[in-house]
Design a protein. Structure first.
Lengths: 185, 185
DNA sequence: GCTTGTGGCCGAATAGGATTCGGCCAATAT
DNA sequence: ATATTGGCCGAATCCTATTCGGCCACAAGC
């Protein structure tokens, strides 16, 4: 789908605040992006064209940056998940390390504060492959050491959720109240 | 052939090996699940109905377990990403901790091997909210301590990739000290 | 070797949802 | 009070998903 040349108004950053409708739509689409506009409209109380318009805007503004099929790691032979902490000598070694993004086993690369410099999420076929990947990481100049946390079992793994907890219960008090997750209209 | 049993056939675990077509389709769909079957077919060299059939099978078998809209955390006010390591007293404290999954800020919960018991990926509005969440975690009986790694910047973050590195390059040998193995001019 | 059964592909036809189009209404600016 | 803008709705259109026969290749059986 190409944009009309006439109105090249790229209001990319122009995303005005999301309202309750947008939040709900995001929630539904994160859960299942194959829903029809008609069904979405039914859920939130809008017509299909109105929903279409909003979703288009959410995509245009970047609020939705991708619609992806999430695949079962087991099905593609990736049975080992690990988080790897990487310590580097000095600072600014980041660009070097980014080269490992070319391996499809690497899913995340973050710079973190704390006693480690970079944090990786990697998913490999087996421990042998993890070893191979670690070897590549050590090959990067400036890498001092790594610490790997191999995942034994995953209890929860989901995409970014649009909902936000408004009120955090006061600690220490075994509160009997509900978590009070999201805002609604 | 019992036709009346058409769809009751839950060959969930029956996923026979994925062939090259399936792999390619998975790759394309992870990248962008909104592509039409016609386009997918063009890319991999099959007709639209054939692709449809395969994708349906991939979903049925669980290879594709969800089709989701991936949203920009900034757009939903979640600017803080952190990984939290949780140490618990004893073993089997897991079920208790799973209760925090009710907070939409919690994206992942894993049991890991290493010097920590559980590993969480959490995304909150700000450090204040992270504090609130940590408080909830500490409220869980058996939680000894936590260590949080706050992400300063994310360089890569993507869903599970179907591709697998077939051959890991041999690690580079430390240059000077190598004996007379195979070095030549 | 030849036949039968099965799985998977294709092109064509149908059904269903995405997208477009006017028109209407409310809130804001003039 | 009136003009303007943004956003919604129902109806119409267009495109894509989905279905339907039929064809072909491969494997097991005679």
């Amino acid at each position: 789908m190409n944009l009309e040349a006439e109105d090249v108004r790229q209001n990319e950053g122009r995303a005005r605040e999301l309202d309750a409708f947008d939040r709900k739509l995001l929630g539904l689409l994160v859960e299942d992006a194959t829903r029809s506009y008609a069904e979405l409209g039914e859920q939130v109380g809008l017509s299909a064209p109105a929903v279409h318009e909003r979703v288009k805007r959410l995509k245009r503004s970047g609020a939705i940056h991708q619609t992806a099929a999430l695949i079962n790691p087991i099905a593609v032979q990736k049975t080992l998940l690990a988080f790897v902490h990487v310590d580097t000598a000095g600072w600014g070694k980041t660009p070097e390390l980014l080269g490992i993004a070319k391996y499809p086993e690497v899913e995340e690369i973050h710079s973190v504060a704390g006693d480690t410099c970079m944090l990786l999420k990697v998913r490999t076929k087996d421990s042998r492959a993890l070893e191979g990947l670690l070897a590549r990481i050590y090959d990067v100049p400036g890498v001092i050491r790594t610490r790997s946390y191999v995942v034994l079992s995953t209890h929860l793994e989901r995409p970014v959720q649009p909902a936000i907890t408004k009120e955090w219960p006061a600690p220490r008090l075994p509160a009997s109240s509900s978590p009070a997750t999201d805002a609604k209209g």
